[in-house]
Design a protein around this ligand. Structure first.
Ligand code: WTA
Length: 640
């Protein structure tokens, strides 16, 4: 059966791309016509990037869960919607059909209503990768509550900041979460986050690990007991949402200050995640899609949940980690479920590649048809290993470039349709108009000796799932993304473009690090280090790391050591884990007596970056430094 808007040839890609630029309204209304709406739109698109103000499908009314659940009940009721693989391979797996998922979502939506949650309320979700996390997310969407999922690796302090920023009155969590050999006490982290908080009215706790937790009377309730109060067959009608009503908030790191709450809309986000899911992966009915991301990140939102479910796909949810109980875990899962599409991060590929071929012995992997990567640039060595050892050279690899702010994939090849090029994200999706500009915002036209354009990656017009604002602070959204270059959305990434129009993303050009595919702001890490008693000042930069892509290198000035340098180093790591979470712990800490600063007091990060990369000689111009001597001291004391 021919899918109405799946691109099936390179010629079609070219003509669809052209049409999407010539007539965006006609192009997107044709696609949007295939969704379930309560009322269709009056206008397809209105926008300006100066405020910014972007409105897609204005006047339309819908509910995304009708598109992800109800509409599949006529023909896919008994098809698995979610396959769940637990952390421990010996524990029973779970299969949830579309019918069952619909019921569970309705039932939990009723629980939310019973607990006072209303349309527009912010609900913070802090859970491990269990099916109930998907149910919680969808139940929020069902009743029009705005979910804000927080990755299970963030600390109590980070949660507290996000709760305050979003003014969230409701939390859904688990007693604990299993991740590999670890047992993470989620509820107890929430309890710490809630010390002194008086806006949270209700915490719903799902039992996963059975660990003892404290339950505060009047505030905390058990998921299971609340579900018991609601009939299994209850039907909660989907709340009517305006096209531009916010669907969710997801916090992400920027180059300054605290993480910002990226806000996505209901209609545009739905259309884009569905369209890109079907086209990038070329999903065919019946296929099993395995995205290894955590739902705490945008990749999980868009390509474990909303994209696949709106397309009626079967999506696999894995609770654990790729290296537990051993480094063959992904391959076992692929064989067990006959996975057809594997979507993972370069950092996972590099880490598994490091175990050699032994974990692949006896693994079949013949079910695989499409491979994907996301989150960071993939190096050619990892690309080839993925292609040869996992895809057996039969599976196209899609290198998908996008961001929390973009909601879904913007630049990628289409599996088996448009050509792949190792380490290149290749071509823009229909509706996406990328451009490379220099630091003044002038489009780059000069090609380098390899025939490539090189510049800062911007997008010239809105696609349906562009972020609409940063929660509670629209000016910050404008400043961050729309003020650097006039009339352009600035991605924060640098890129190359070849003569055929292919893009290669080279990495962030701002002070955002990408550590194991996780975005971390250098300023955030510095603030966390500076919070440690005895720290006078710090500067954080990234350095190339074989597995993580980037590691975190911190230069720290302390007034004195507590016991000794090694002890102080450990204390600082502990402080960072407390303030942000273990993912932000620096890999290297170098104690210094001063930092290279210009006469105006600006830290010259360029020099610190070079030293962190292992460069000792060519540090560039240091003549504007207040005290050039400090550079020599830092080079000599650099951490290997
Ligand atoms: C980087 C993840 C190169 C990029 C979906 C971007 C990539 C940041 C790729 C967003 C890719 C993502 N090739 N770099 N295929 N995909 N990035 O918000 O620097 O967690 O700006 O979204 O990851 O990270 P985020």
């Amino acid at each position: 059966m021919h899918h109405p808007y799946q691109i099936r040839s390179i010629e079609q890609y070219q003509s669809d791309y052209q049409r999407s630029l010539d007539d965006p309204e006609g192009f997107w209304s044709f696609i949007a016509d295939h969704f379930v709406w309560k009322k269709k739109w009056d206008r397809v698109l209105q926008w300006n990037f100066s405020e910014p103000r972007v409105r897609w499908f204005e006047g339309a009314q819908l509910n995304i869960t009708k598109n992800c659940l109800d509409r599949h009940l006529s023909d896919k009721a008994d098809q698995p919607a979610i396959l769940w693989e637990p952390n421990d391979p010996n524990e029973a797996a779970r299969t949830i059909t579309y019918q069952q998922l619909h019921q569970l979502v309705c039932r939990f939506a009723q629980v939310l209503l019973n607990n006072g949650v209303k349309k527009g309320d912010r609900v913070c979700i802090y859970m491990g990768m269990v099916p109930e996390l998907a149910i919680a997310v969808l139940a929020c969407a069902r009743i029009g509550a705005i979910h804000s999922v927080i990755f299970g690796g963030f600390s109590a302090q980070s949660i507290a900041d996000r709760l305050t920023d979003a003014q969230a009155a409701y939390i859904i969590t688990c007693d604990g979460a299993y991740r590999g050999a670890k047992d993470i006490p989620l509820k107890s982290v929430i309890d710490d986050a809630l010390v002194g908080n008086d806006t949270v009215k209700r915490v719903i706790v799902y039992t996963r690990t059975g660990t003892a937790v404290s339950m505060i009377s009047g505030r905390d309730v058990w998921w299971e007991e609340e579900m018991e109060k609601v009939s299994a067959s209850c039907h909660v009608p989907a709340e009517t949402m305006e096209a531009e009503d916010p669907l969710f908030i997801l916090y992400t790191s920027g180059s300054t200050g605290k993480p910002k709450g990226v806000v996505h809309s209901s209609a545009g986000y739905m259309v884009w995640t569905n369209y890109t899911f079907l086209n990038v992966f070329q999903y065919q009915p019946g296929q099993i899609h395995f995205c290894t991301a955590d739902i705490g990140w945008i990749t999980g939102h868009s390509y474990i949940l909303y994209g696949p479910l709106s397309a009626g796909a079967t999506t696999l949810l894995f609770e654990g980690v790729p290296t537990w109980p051993d480094a063959g875990r992904f391959w076992d899962i692929i064989d067990k479920y006959k996975v057809n599409i594997l979507y993972t991060a370069p950092t996972a590929i590099r880490s598994l590649m490091g175990f050699g071929n032994a974990p692949l012995e006896g693994k079949d992997l013949s079910s695989l048809q499409v491979l994907g990567t996301v989150g960071e640039p993939i190096n050619e060595e990892a690309w080839h290993w993925y292609n040869e050892h996992i895809g057996k050279k039969r599976c196209p690899i899609v290198d998908t470039w996008w961001q929390t702010e973009t909601g879904g994939v913007l630049i990628s090849n289409l599996a088996g349709i448009t050509p792949s090029k190792p380490a290149w994200a290749t071509l823009p999706m229909p509706g996406v108009k990328p451009i490379l500009v220099d630091d003044k915002g002038v489009p780059v036209r000069e090609r380098d000796e390899n025939g490539l354009l090189k510049g800062n990656l911007c997008i010239q017009s809105p696609w349906p799932s562009i972020l609409r604002t940063t929660y509670g602070d629209h000016e910050r959204c404008r400043q961050n993304y729309f003020a650097t270059y006039e009339n352009l959305y600035f991605t924060g990434d640098g890129a190359l473009q070849d003569a055929s129009g292919n893009f290669r993303i080279t990495g962030r050009v701002d002070d955002v690090l990408n550590v194991s595919g996780h975005r971390i702001g250098t300023a955030e890490v510095e603030n966390a280090i500076n919070a440690h008693a005895g720290v006078v000042e710090s500067a954080v930069v990234g350095f190339p790391h074989d597995i993580k892509g980037q590691g975190i290198y911190a230069y720290v000035i302390v007034s004195h050591f507590h016991q000794d340098a090694e002890h102080t180093r450990k204390d600082i790591l502990q402080t960072v884990a407390r303030v942000i979470g273990p993912i932000a712990k620096p890999d290297k800490i170098q104690f210094v007596s001063g930092l290279p600063k210009t006469r105006s007091g600006k830290i010259m990060r360029r020099i610190l970056r070079k030293i962190a990369e292992g460069e000792t000689q060519h540090l560039g111009d240091t003549s504007t430094l207040l005290d050039p001597g400090v550079v020599r001291e830092i080079v000599e004391g650099a951490v290997e």
